[in-house]
Design a protein around this ligand. Sequence first.
Ligand SMILES: [Zn+2]
Ligand SMILES: [Zn+2]
Ligand SMILES: [Zn+2]
Length: 329
Amino acid sequence: MLKYESTYSNLTADLLSKYPDLTFKLAGDFLKIFSSNSDHYCQITTYLTEKGQQYYDFPPLASRPRKIVVKALPISTDIDDIKDELTDQGFTVVKVAQLTKAKTKHKLPIFMVELTIRPDSPDIFKLKTCCHLMVKIDTFNRRPGITQCYNCNLFNHSSKYCHMRTRCLKCGQEHRIKNCDSKEKMEKLTCINCKEVGHLASSFSCSKYPQIKKKTEKVQNANENRNSFQANKVTVKDFSYADALQGTNLIPKQSTSKSDTQTTTQSQNSPHPTANENTNEKPFGIMDAVFEIKKLFADYPFLLELGKQLRAAKGKDRKDVFYEHIIKN
Ligand SMILES: [Zn+2]
Ligand SMILES: [Zn+2]
Ligand SMILES: [Zn+2]
């Protein structure tokens, strides 16, 4: 995503002369650059950086670090021990972080590991033990939400891949919010994205705050329902994996590197279904009950017949019918 400038035609012509396969599309204040050749990715980003362009990008999937979670370790496990152990087993560990409950920030016995995948890297999903214990490896699913870049405070990209000018969330100047010395009260602050007074650009009430598409929400709900239906078998993966690298919901003190994006999750008017955050399992809902009853009848078909006969029988006879069935089965 290249920030649109009125002089864009010189730039696009120059790029096209080098990479004829490129296509460009205007998207708001940005130009989207598409390439069918992933090898050009580095060359194009280097070119844009050299030209002093403001842009952010999405590296090819294969070159991004892989995030997984390690389960079944004690809650008190030191993240450095996990890092050392995985390194000894041949993995290239970028970062280990312990996940926490979203609201209470209490530690969970789940550890997010970020790995760089090299051609000779072992398969992390085949990892059997860590810190002398048998462990379970799962994919890391971010909690659904909007990502806001720590660097430029625009949305849907990570500051890791952001080459935009830094914009302070509070005052809009070229520094990060942690370095801001503005004493202005919230009521007088001007939002750096919509320019209205009285809220920050990270506020859900901002008109520029991205809306989550309803279609996606429906799909998510469907997935959630399916997951809860199978709750007795499957651990629901996208329960509160606090936004691992994303700072606020993690245990940042022992992290080996700094967080890159902030994923804002809406505590009020949340469009997402709320997972049970106290345990790793979904609550036992109506659908689960229906499922269990169905299963019971499937496993013991005579119960249906028994029900019919009990309804038909009266008084003392009922007991006899019941005993008869017990003897038969
Ligand atoms: Zn950015
Ligand atoms: Zn500032
Ligand atoms: Zn705003």
